[in-house]
Design a protein around this ligand. Structure first.
Ligand code: 5GP
Ligand code: ZN
Length: 114
C-alpha cells in the first residue's frame, strides 16, 4: 500500500475534494469525472479489491452503500437515479487497487455498460 494514491488521499498527503468522511470511510470527487456527479467512496483501510474482502468486512461494505445512498440524496440524484460501480481487476477496468465504489449521477446511463 506504500504508494497507493487513495491511501495518500485518505491520509491527506495529497489533496482530494472530500465529500464525506468518518472513522472508517472517505468519499471524494473523482479527478476525471465521467458524469456531473462522480464521487468515489473508499474505506480508510487499504483493501486491494472486492476479491480481498473477508466476512469481517461485511459491515464496512454495507456502510459504503448507505453512505453512497446518502451522498446521492445530498447531491439531488435520488429521484432521477444514479449508478454505483465497483470495478474488480483488469477486465473490469480497475486502475486503482484500493477498494472503491463510484457514485455516478446527473445524466442518463446506458445498459448494458460498455
Ligand atoms: P477504477 O478504474 O480503479 O475503477 O477507478 C479509479 C478512479 O480513480 C478513476 O475514475 C480515476 O479518475 C480516479 N482517480 C485516479 N487518481 C485519482 C486522484 O489522484 N484523485 C482523484 N480524486 N481521483 C483519482
Ligand atoms: Zn490504499
Amino acid at each position: 500500500m506504500g504508494d497507493c494514491i487513495f491511501c495518500r488521499i485518505v491520509a491527506q498527503e495529497i489533496a482530494g475534494r472530500i465529500a464525506y468522511e468518518d472513522a472508517d470511510l472517505v468519499a471524494f470527487h473523482d479527478i476525471n469525472p465521467q458524469a456531473p456527479v462522480h464521487i468515489l467512496i473508499v474505506p480508510r483501510r487499504h483493501i486491494e479489491s472486492l476479491n480481498a474482502v473477508t466476512q469481517e468486512d461485511a459491515h464496512l461494505l454495507g456502510r459504503m452503500l448507505v453512505v453512497a445512498r446518502d451522498l446521492a440524496r445530498e447531491h439531488g440524484l435520488a429521484d432521477d437515479g444514479y449508478r454505483l460501480v465497483l470495478n474488480t481487476n483488469r477486465a473490469a477496468g480497475q486502475s486503482v487497487f484500493h477498494l472503491h465504489f463510484h457514485l455516478l449521477g446527473g445524466r442518463f446511463f446506458h445498459w448494458p455498460p460498455g
